[in-house]
Design a protein around this ligand. Structure first.
Ligand code: GRF
Length: 212
């Protein structure tokens, strides 16, 4: 079965897209960066996102692409894609990036954009996933890492992990329980991608097969 990306012998050049705190970016910088992968670019939709300082501290080039500075979302995404292509990016990782990407952007990084989401998809896509799950009254929460398509958190799932929190009431306590899962799963997905270990099941392309 053909893998989604051919394995590269050197470190896979990746970009991380952020909008906020950047703890998932930090997890990538602390694990796969300069090992299986190299974070060559960090792009933010928010000018003062704390994630930018985390990148700068490791000497990773950063840029801000604010929606308000472009005619429309497509123009912003085109400019961001241009920069990432110039940086030689082979995989785009969304780590708390709070915007949808245009189809034009996704077309330029076909099957090479992944996202971390704090729910067990397909449950609770979109904003405030943890709040949605609490309102629903679930007993099991979790994290998904998935390929990004044109929909909202609707692309094929790469990795998922669950945690039982039958008594949870507050978003903060759920977030604290999910953080370590996110910080383990996102780097693991990058490692698998870099190894060329991910492929789509020919009989069900939504099912991502992980080579042993
Ligand atoms: C994470 O919970 C992630 O799942 C969601 O946004 C949050 C980003 O957190 N998509 P951080 O900026 O990486 O700390």
């Amino acid at each position: 079965m053909a893998s989604i990306v051919p394995p590269v012998s050197e470190q896979l050049p990746i970009a991380v897209l952020v909008s906020g705190t950047g703890t998932n970016l930090q997890a990538l910088l602390d694990t796969v960066h300069e090992h299986e992968a190299r974070v060559v670019a960090v792009a933010s939709s928010v000018a003062d996102a704390p994630a930018l300082a985390r990148a700068a501290e490791r000497g990773v080039p950063t840029a801000v692409f604010r929606r308000s500075e472009y005619a429309d979302r497509n123009a912003r995404d085109d400019a961001m894609a241009d920069w990432l292509v110039q940086c030689g990016v082979r995989l785009v990782v969304l780590a708390g990036y709070m915007e949808l990407l245009s189809e034009g952007f996704l077309g330029r990084f076909s099957s090479a954009v992944i996202n971390v989401h704090p729910s067990l998809l397909p449950a609770f896509p979109g904003l405030e996933a943890i709040e949605q799950a609490l309102r629903y009254g679930v007993k099991v929460f979790g994290v998904s890492v998935h390929f990004v398509d044109a929909g909202v958190d609707s692309g094929p799932v790469i990795l998922q992990r669950a945690v039982e929190l039958p008594d949870a009431r507050e978003p903060g306590e759920v977030l604290r329980a999910l953080r370590p899962l996110e910080h383990a799963l996102l780097p693991e997905a990058v490692r698998l991608f870099a190894r060329g270990a991910l492929s789509a099941d020919p009989s069900n392309p939504r099912r991502i097969v992980i080579a042993g």
